[in-house]
Design a protein around this ligand. Structure first.
Ligand code: 0X9
Ligand code: ZN
Length: 304
């Protein structure tokens, strides 16, 4: 059985998702894009019906390669959703209401590179012509593209790329969202670290029209997360809570597809271990995060 208390290579993660799809009637796996180095970006759909028209909750994990707690948390959530339908009342209600789409490793080339070569690599692995590699896929969405908090230097960790959606990682997510256009009610981008729950915008400090509702649900979600083990999260809009950052996925899902519950999360910790969170903290982090997301999903179901 898959070991949720340790980190896994992309090959292991792909095998797990495919096996879950083969053995669990609620789960199907698909490949939403192919990276520069030829890896398939795998997405799991957890749904009670194959021709569902339910609302969609989209979870994008590990757009940044080194943030290993993100894929670990998303795999835990995927497994909980898939294996506790019909026995756990909350999970049953969530899957009766919505389909859950989960991309556990949104940037597999970068993720693989953190296993083989450089543990702290962040971007994808597209060559930039000179000696530097990689575009930051979370600066590559068409939402304030090439604005504040993004670099036009291919050697920078926040390089936005030559044009919006130049990366397979960002365009694959765009296409997966557009394939469900009108159904997506939540789009969650999972990162580490800093313990933050954030809403649009990142590209400007101006608050969106839906900020009051975004903030209301963030408050409830963070309270549920904190109630689990006492972990403190700050929350608010991206630009003021962490820093201005343009071209991010959740600004795009909000602006382009009107997804009000578009949130970017920074999971544990606040810097003691940083990106290298010890494996013993995977389950506590995943559990509290899932509790926050369950509270969010319940609010959305009650509101919409
Ligand atoms: O800089 C980022 O992309 C994120 N922080 S991280 O340390 N994980 O790199 C924050 C992203 C905020 N979200 C958007 N700008 N959409
Ligand atoms: Zn990140």
């Amino acid at each position: 059985a898959f070991d949720f208390e340790n980190y896994h290579t992309y090959t292991e993660i792909e095998a797990f998702v495919n096996e879950l799809a083969a053995t669990n009637a609620l789960v199907s796996s698909s490949v939403i894009g192919t990276t520069y180095e030829g890896r398939g970006i795998i997405m799991a759909t957890v749904s009670t019906g194959s021709s569902s028209t339910k609302p969609v909750m989209y979870f994008e994990c590990a757009m940044h390669a080194r943030e290993w707690i993100a894929p670990a948390t998303c795999l835990y959530i995927m497994n909980e959703m898939a294996t506790k339908y019909g026995t756990d009342a909350e999970i049953t209600a969530m899957l009766d209401y919505a389909d859950w789409l989960i991309t556990p490793v949104s940037n597999p080339d970068g993720y693989d590179y953190t296993w083989t070569t450089d543990r702290l690599w962040r971007k994808n692995r597209v060559p930039n012509g000179g000696i530097c590699y990689g575009t930051d896929p979370n600066r590559n969405f068409d939402a304030g593209f090439a604005g504040p908090g993004a670099s036009d230097n291919g050697c920078s960790d926040t390089y936005h790329g030559p044009f919006a959606f130049s990366t397979e990682e960002a365009s694959a997510m765009r296409d997966a969202i557009l394939a469900n256009s009108g159904r997506v009610v939540a789009a969650i981008s999972i990162h580490s670290y800093s313990q933050l729950w954030m809403s649009p915008y990142g590209y400007q400090s101006v608050l969106p029209a839906d900020y009051a509702e975004m903030y209301r649900v963030m408050t409830i979600s963070v309270n549920a997360l904190t109630a689990t083990y006492g972990t403190q999260f700050q929350y608010g809009n991206i630009a003021d809570t962490i820093y201005p950052a343009s071209g991010g996925s959740v600004d795009w899902t909000y602006d382009a597809e009107n997804v009000v519950y578009s949130y970017a999360l920074e999971l544990r910790d606040t810097g003691l271990y940083g990106f290298e969170l010890p494996p013993r903290l995977i389950l506590p982090t995943a559990t509290e995060t899932f509790n926050g997301l369950k509270a969010m999903a319940q609010e959305i179901a009650a509101k919409l």
